[in-house]
Design a protein around this ligand. Structure first.
Ligand code: TYD
Length: 207
């Protein structure tokens, strides 16, 4: 086998602190001499960032759940080709702020796109690539939303109903429970230092 970087993803609802902890993970790996790339979805390559801008925008004609799912996976396909796969192949560790689990949680559980559709899109784009480790930062949606809104104006997703957010949260937890080899759930309702400690402990145990 070729040497390959490790692929770590962060998942969770709005305001869970994914980007803050993604930076902590980057620092932890760099301190251990690992080359690291920090990226995000939707986005992470120039083309995928272009799609991000389209998919987070409000459209008068609406954006159907299926259209939204196709755009998320189009962005992911571009991101994998331009950024993630080349980095992993070069032995660089990749940390991605949101990835495939967000599509199952938001487009699937949140908006009703079928699991079969999402599986087909996943096979097409990921093929046999899966994250080595996925940290699910879990917190009650109202706590997270309050944090996210303090950062500024709500995006289309942050304006969704409490019931939507509850379905998203449940989907992340269900996917984590179904794949404990890949996923670790971290309680993100506590203060940042405590979450960071739990994240670092997980890295020490798993990597
Ligand atoms: P962003 O501002 O990055 O949200 P956050 O800071 O909470 O991560 O916006 C990304 C939004 O895109 C977020 O609300 C979740 C959504 N999303 C999906 O609906 N499906 C996906 O597959 C991905 C990657 C993100």
């Amino acid at each position: 086998m070729e040497p390959r970087g490790r692929f770590i993803t962060l998942e969770g609802g709005e305001g869970a602190g994914k980007s803050t902890h993604a930076r902590h993970i980057r620092d932890w790996l760099q301190q251990r001499g690992r080359p690291v790339l920090l990226t995000r979805e939707p986005g992470g390559s120039p083309l995928a960032e272009g799609i991000r801008e389209l998919v987070l925008r409000d459209w008068d004609e609406g954006l159907a759940p299926q259209t939204e799912a196709l755009l998320m996976f189009a962005a992911r396909d571009a991101h994998l080709r331009a950024t993630i796969r080349p980095a992993l192949a070069a032995g660089i560790d990749v940390i991605c702020d949101r990835f495939i689990d967000s599509s199952y949680a938001y487009q699937g559980a949140g908006k009703g796109v079928s699991i079969d559709t999402l599986h087909a899109l996943e096979r097409m784009t990921l093929a046999d690539l899966q994250p080595d480790l996925t940290l699910v930062l879990d917190l009650p949606p109202d706590t997270g939303l309050a944090r996210a809104l303090r950062r500024g104006q709500a995006n289309r997703f942050e304006s969704e109903s409490a019931a939507f957010m509850a379905r998203v949260r449940a989907a992340f937890l269900a996917r984590a429970a179904a794949d404990p080899t890949r996923c670790v759930v971290i309680d993100a309702a506590v203060d940042e230092a405590a979450v960071k400690a739990a994240v670092i402990q997980t890295l020490e145990a798993r990597l």
